[in-house]
Ligand binder design. Sequence first.
Ligand code: 13P
Ligand code: SF4
Length: 301
Amino acid sequence: MTPQQKKIRKMLEEKQGILLVHYYARPEIQEIADVLGDSLVLARAAADSDAKVIVFAGVHFMAQSAAILSPEKTILLPRLDAGCPLADAATAESVRQMREKHPDALFVTYINSSAEVKAISDVCCTSSNAEQIVGNEPAGRKIVMLPDGNLARHISSVSQREIIAWEGCCPVHQALTPQEVAARKREHPGAPFAAHPECHPDVLALADFVGSTSAILKFARESKAKSIIIGTEAGIMARLKKESPEKTFILASDVLLCADMKKITLDDIEKSLTTMQPVVTVPQNISRAAKKALDKMLSLS
Ligand code: 13P
Ligand code: SF4
């Protein structure tokens, strides 16, 4: 551990705080995490922890979900401008209009969304549990999935049911092209391609495995392949190498870099723990309604 990493760990201890870190965060932050995980693991950790302070190294919707699930804790997001363009693809007003169009539908909302949108949704999901959440509903139940159209289409295809897809996307995963994947496959014959469901359907059509960040890590651990092509954000490479040092991982493209996930640095975390700012809070009326959708997700997965 570097002196700064040690200092941050000491500050966390003094403040009875924990550091929750997503796999896309900078590697030097991943190294000192209390919990390193995907969106679902981090949401559950925020709900279950008895810490007084949660420092989030991820993006805004993740810290907001922690604030909704644990309103009694202080939730610090060291860079408030670490956002998610996918979450911004659905506003509460546009979702209200969609609800008016489909009054009998179940609205399943990806955790990559604002608190206001969660508050007018029936249940949340992540890429780890979306299939399970949809599978819990009786056949024939009308379902709208938002805001990620690619995830909605992927779940519709694997669960063999009709899903009305909202047309939002993650610009990072969407930027990966099937031509790039085909080129990596030619360069590394026999290497399986593991992709995140936020990728375009033409990219997913080339995938040997589709899953959340945690699921991709599990696939990599269990695979017999010596080389694996990775179709998700570059931050996961550090963890892949740590968990499976004997394997070679090839990032499918250099476009797989989320600038928002890289905003938070060790300096930001140190400053945030010194000033105990910026704090993420959610107004009580929105928080209560959004918590129902998040709690329903946690109880079903
Ligand atoms: P995971 O839930 O798979 O970690 O994904 C989060 C995310 O933001 C993907 O872009
Ligand atoms: Fe949002 Fe995409 Fe970045 Fe994930 S990778 S935080 S979905 S912009």
